[in-house]
Every structure is written in C-alpha cells, then in structure tokens.
Ligand binder design. Sequence first.
Ligand SMILES: Nc1nc2c(ncn2[C@@H]2O[C@H](COP(=O)(O)OP(=O)(O)OP(=O)(O)O)[C@@H](O)[C@H]2O)c(=O)[nH]1
Length: 957
Amino acid sequence: MAERSKTTDDPPDPPVVGNDEGIDPQTLEIARILRSLADEITEEKSMPLLKEIITKIAHESVHDRNYNVLTDYMRRFVNVLGFSVQFSVSKTKEIIKILLVIWNQQNVARYVMKEVYNEDIGAAEKPIDPDMLDKIPNAVKQLDDKGIKLFFKALQDGEEEVKNIRLMVVGMFGVGKTSLVNNLIKDFRDKNITPLSTDGIDLHRCQVMEDGDWCLDKEHRSQKYIKRLESVFDKMPVNTYAATASIDDTDSLDGSHVEDKVDALPTENQIHTEPVQRRNNVEQHEQDFVQMCSPLVEKMQNDTNHKPSKDIKVSLEKTEKEITVSVWDFAGQTLYYSTHQFFLNKRSIYLVLMDMTKPLDEDLKELDGSGIWCGLVNDCTYLNVFKFWLNAIHMCSGYKSTTGEIKPTVILVGTRKDKMEGTDKEKENKKDEYFNKALKSFERDSPIFKHIHKKTFLVSNLSPTDPDFVEMRKEIKCLAEKQEYWGTDKYPVRWIHMEHSLDKLRDDGEQLVHMDKIEEVNRSKKPQLVLSKQELSLFLELQHMQGNILYFKTSELEHLVVLAPQWIIDAFKCFVTQFNKIQPQVLKDWEDYEKLAILKPQVIDEIMNNSPPHIKEYKDDVIKYMEHLNVMAKPKATELNKCGHDETDAILGNNDELLDFHIVPCRLKNAPPPIETFTSPDCKRFKRTPVLAFVFCEKFMPPSFFHRLVAVCIGAWQIKKEGNKDRMYNGLAIFAIRPTYTLTIWYNDYIIYARIACCTKKLTSDIDTNLCQEVRHKLRQSLQDFVGHSVETPRTGTAFDMYIQCPSMTICEHNKGMLRVAQFNYESELDCDACSESHPVERSEAMHYWFKNELDLANKCDSDDLNQQAEEKHLSKVARLIGIKECWMLGIELKLSNVELNQMYADPACMNNRYEFVFKYLVKWRNRKGEKATLRKLNRAINAARLYSYVESTPVF
Ligand SMILES: Nc1nc2c(ncn2[C@@H]2O[C@H](COP(=O)(O)OP(=O)(O)OP(=O)(O)O)[C@@H](O)[C@H]2O)c(=O)[nH]1
C-alpha cells in the first residue's frame, strides 16, 4: 500500500505510526474487543452507529487526518452511545481508548477495518492543494477534506457569487420592529400594512431593486433562476463547443494537471475566478452543462411567459443583479429570547431598535407575566435589554472566529421620533446622547464597540415615505458590501438546479420534507444533473450554513430537511404561546405546564390542536427537533432504589426508562426558595464538593444556555424530588445522580455553577471523584456544543473559563472567591480574598473532586525534571499533538495576545494547517522567553489548555 505522499505542509515527523508488518498483541486485542462487542450489543441501532464511528475515525486516521472529524465523532460516541444502557462507564472508557489508538495508529485502523468490518481502507489520498483553499468560502473550509474536494468538483461546472444580506431586526417588544420592516419593504409599504405583534420571527426574502428599494422575492424567483443561469452562460468561453479534453476528476481537483494549450483560449469570457489552467478540462463539462440547462431555461422562460407576468418582467429589469435580502423580524417577548440565538450569526447585519421615549433606567413592565427578562430574575431596565441584544450579537457573531477581526454589523436605530420634543436637530442630539449613554455602560475595552456602525438612525415609523428609510436601506447595503464574505462566497452553478427544486417545494407549501422526497427530486433530473449522495448531503449542509434551510446531521434528524426556517420558529412558538381555549379535560395538565413546565402528551396534543396545520401534521418531528435543540427533555423514570446498578460503575439513571412527558426548562417560572439551602447544603450533614463555575467571557451568557443545560441534565439524570414535586426552578435545578448523591446546577448573570453533595453517615467515605469528572465532562461538553451552535467557527475553549469557588466558603456567594482552575497548573496554591480572612487554597483542595486527572498532571509537572529549554524538536512534537480545540487556548496560556495569534493565523500557510500555526507561535514564544521557555512552562500551558478538551490528557513531556 502506498503511504501518503509527503508535502512541505506536512509536519516534519509523521504522527505516531505503528509497525505495518507484524500484528502486535494490542491490535489483536482491539480487534477481539470490537468483535465481541458486536455479539454483546443487542440494541438495534447501537452497533451500526458504533461501526460508523469507528469506520469514520479509521478512515480519517489513514487518509485526511482531520482532527475535527475525530473530535466530532468522539463527541458523537460520548453523547449518543457512551454511558448508555449498552455502554457502561468502564466500557465507554475502553472504547474511547480504542478510538484513540485507531486514530493514532494507521496500521491498527487498517487492520481493524479489514479484520472486523471486512473493509479495506487502503492508502492515503493526495492532500488538497493549499492554493485552492484560498478560493473557497469560510463555510466550506469548515467541512472536512472530502467535502472540500466535492465542492471543488461541483465548482468545475461553473460557479457564481452569492450576495445575500441577512438583516436581523431586534429590540424590545412594541419598539417598532415590524413597522420598520414594513417601511423598508416596498410591497408592505404599498399595502400600508398595520403591524401585528410578532410571534416568533417573521422572515421575508426580498430582492434589491436598482433604485435600492426592496421587493418581496417570491414573484421574482423563477426569473431569478433564469438570470442566474443566463449569467453563467454569458461568462462561458466563445469556443466552448470546441472542447476537446476529457475530465479526470482527481487531476483537475488538485490543480496538478496543467494544460499547455491555455494561451489559445479566449480570456475575456472565461468564468472569471476559475484558474486558467483548468479551462480545457472543464470545457466538456461546460458544453454538457449548456446542453443540459438550455431546455430548462427554455422551459422556465415558457412558464414565465404563460404567467400574467407583465409586471414581473418590468420589475425584474430593475432588480440589481443577484442581491437578495432576508429580513428577520424578531419577536420582543420574553421567552423568545431563548431560541433567538439559533438564528443570529456573523453573516448578518443587525438593526438594534430602541424606543426614544423610554428612559434607559426605566423598568420594563411584564406584559404577559411569563418568565424572566434577559435572565434577570427581578428588575430589568431598557438598558439591560439593549445590553442583552448587543452581547447576544457579539457572542453569536463568530467573535472567536478564525480571523478574529470584528467588522461593524450593528446599526442603532431610535424609534418614535414623532413622539420626541424639540426640533429635528434637537431630536438628533437626544438620540446621540441616548445611545452614547447606553454604550458607556460597557467596559472601556469592550469588543462590543467594534460591532457598532458609526451612523445611527432616528425614525418615525408612522411616516413611511421619510427619506430615512431610503438612507437606511443604502447604509445596510454598504455595510454588507464591506463584510469579508461579500462577493467571495461562490457556489456551484450546478447546484442552482437543486436550489431551484427546494424553492419550488417551498413554494408548493412544503416546509419540512423527508430526505426521500429530496432524493426523489434529485433522481428525477437528467442523469448529468443528478447529485451524488455525498454531493447532495454537502449541498444541504451548505444551505444550512447559509441559513436557507435547517439540516441537522444526527441519526434522529438527518432524514429531514426544514425548508423554511420559519417552520422551526413556528414549532417552538407553539410551546411558548399562551392559549386561551383549553379543553376542560386538559385544564389540570395545562396548569402543570403553566406552573411547572411539565408537558404531558395530552398537553402536546392540545398544543398541536391549537397549532397551524404545517406544524400539527408533523407532531413527532416537531418533538424531535425540540429535543434536539434542548428546548425540552423527557425525565428519567426509574426509582432510585430500583436502579440495581453497581454504584461504582454507573451514574444513576443511565439505564433508566424515560417518562412519557417532557419538561420545558425555559418555561420554569418559580424562583427557588432561599437559594443557599440548595447551593450550600449543611456541611455537617453532607459531604460536598467545592462549587465548580463556568464563567462566560465578556460577562455575558444567554439564559437559554442554562435552560438547555437543564434539558441535557434532565435527559441524563433523575430529577430530585421534594415530596412529589420536582426540584426545578427558574435558574436552579437539582438532580439525583446516584442514591444519596445530588447535583445542583444554577446560574446568576453570566456564571453557571455546579455542586455535587452526598448525604452519608459513613464518616470514612468521600465523594466519588470519577463521578465528578463525568458530570463535569457532560456539563462542559454541553456548554461547548451550545456555543458551537451559535458561533460560525467556535473557539469553544475560550467562550467560557472554569473556576472553583473557595472550598472554605460556607455559603456560596455569586462571583466571590473564584479561583481559576487553569492557574493551578502554574501555582500550587492561590489566594482567596473572599473569606473574612485572606487565606491560601491549595491546588489539591481545589481540584481534587472535579479535576482529578488534571491535578495529577499538574503535580507530575512540578515534580518531573523539566527545566531544560524547549528545543525545536519539542516544539514540533507539541505542534503535532495539539488538537484543534486546544490550539488557540495554548497560545493564550503562553501569553500570546489574541491579536498576535490572529495575525499568525491569517498567514495562508497557517490558516489551513494547524501544525504550521502552532509551530509558528511556539517559536515566537520561545524566542520571546529565551532561557525561560522551559519544558515545564510548556507542559503547564498544555495542561491548562487541555482543560477544555474532553479526552483525558496524558503528559506530553
Ligand atoms: N408613534 C409611533 N408609533 C410607533 C412607531 N413605531 C411603531 N409604533 C407603533 O407601536 C406599535 C408596535 O409596533 P410594532 O412595529 O408592532 O412593534 P414590534 O417591535 O414589532 O413589536 P413586537 O412584534 O411585539 O415585538 C404599533 O402600534 C406601531 O404603530 C413610531 O416610530 N412612532
């Protein structure tokens, strides 16, 4: 078998590779374990899924070595199979180790796949040419190498730029969002629509006309596709029909196949971004493509001609080529805040609206009495709402994204100009003062400022013809044009067909469709246009990333595609909207839902009966999506004493049946009674861990993160009862993770806390540290997943930091006595300044329960002889071993600034090569520190960075 060819981008030494010839006992043992698992595992879906995970990791081990894939599949294993009925804690650990060996040792990967699964995974493929990577949009770069290659293949049939403005309109309810949207969109303005309160999110797709106005897109759609196809034909070379070369996919992909006849080709009409040397190769495809598309264009033109389309044609001529706007009008009501985060992203322009007649320090009045404003249990001012939105935008805008650069995307808009006193000039000044005062509430060096566009607006929505709205549309377009994605996102024209088909399905009223249907549509096309299964999947993934559809690649949901994002919002809306007409027989259960967030099947039925047909019809899928998004979860059923499991081998509840109802955490309204009784159980009666705290950066955490975490815990452990009542409150939840063990999680502002307590009479017994590790892993992983949902390229390690509260504090106080866990890697004790007398806290005291492995690593690091200066070979070793999730954190732990790291990352050599990136900043660190750049320091920083990864780390040196 040919080994992967070495390129200059490869690390100097390959990763640990075992001996290909002899089969060592470890490999044989792994194969044996995997074979025996196949016999042991009886649950229908577990084995195929495990096989899929192993296969994927083995393939990656031998071929692309994309660390993302490893981490994703490891996560999938831990989340879906790990610690489940079939996989006890010890088995889970064993399999995790096996997966790591398969990843690290290509010979093991090959052997296991051949012997256990009868599959020859062969030799490595050629890596992608790094030059080609410059030419693809960021979203595609996040795919694995196979995905990128497929994307290139598809691009060869022609490419087009996508220019879409995602406009998010946010602010308090009643501030004037819907009125403003109506004033921006011609169709609504002409019809003089009176806004109804937005329930969820309203989404309108528009076209930008040449005069800058926005028209609803629907009627232009078929015209749009003709234009898009035509524009590609326009760009094709004159001699396209004189094509000679045939296509060799592999060669043309990596750019190594350079034709020497390129000079003969006309350059004027070339598809302008395509590398010249590929022209001959693609001509045949273009020819086929023209032939394939012509009938389609003809048909569409005929279709359009038969429509009463005179107006459409006229207006189409006026549209500015290819620019579309999707306008998202967000509801201002309390509970919707918990889902809005799913839809905010970096590729958006935001209008943040504030009512100029409401002073910033005025308290909001609860109109619907349902829930909590912005996560603040008691008072909430207009300023809090303003800060909430800017923080939410900041968090969801990929501020930790690869380039790290924040470009202004937020336009501040004051409404109710007509209700303000004074001349226009005075009103303008007041608006400026208002926003300046609001912005001053952020800290001096807050990154939030970078999001704010310098031009702000003051409008009266009652005057739709005011020039302000024309100006605002212009400004929005200008801002969009300055974004890095603008005009660079290129998509294969071939996919236009599929996009068209999706739009057609959507126009036919399909909002949620089964994969079968999409595959059927795909198959019904001319053979040359049919996308392969992988290509179709990739196409859907990218459509998802663009926010056009929702496509979750989980075993539960990958057979479904949400064509209209509004569908998911409508679905969520059903569970948070008040209904007035409830059937008498459901009234009591309804009360449980209202008061305790308990969602019984009959309440679901009632909700569905009150829901629009497009939701009601898909009841089961609605539930699946809500579960997937952690909006709701089914609690565990088994009584504590019926668990029947060895305490040392299973966290209580892993083998339980689920109850037949859900809890919807974001609906929990009751504040906990004196919180200390739960957060700080009496030390005399309970053994308790110190409090573990997840502290979010920039002092902001959307409350939905906590609600979703509660949903994850509900699915994992039994809810603790008090009599027959669940100990679930707004902002605090308690779980019985084992007989006598409770886990309490709660939050305040931007910090989530967790504490395990054990009620035992045995003086000698201590809290099980393995249990603490497992709980911590679950909490941390879930939070990282939530952050990942909303951030384009998450550097999840830095979205929050982990702290331990001073173990001597009898009563837990918010944000007091916080000791940064990573810091214990450098110091054996830290100072607590929260207790009445300042005192040191020892590393072991702080880390013993929650961070056992990390404690051992830190102690080992202190004791080993690691004083020698780090040499190049050491740096190279670290660069090779450090994973994607830890690499940024390592830089930060070595005290390199974010700016420096971003600069180094921006270097093309580093952007797609983690090894180069890490090696480069390690060299910089060593040059800066000189003799002080010791192996000990490096090891400590690695340990600190690895706190955020979920695979237990082992010493590097
Ligand atoms: N006088 C005045 N009234 C306005 C202005 N903007 C909106 N309104 C009125 O305020 C009310 C609420 O406006 P909407 O546009 O529905 O507000 P919203 O922010 O979309 O509200 P939700 O959808 O509930 O979040 C309507 O009666 C509007 O006519 C304005 O600039 N001046």
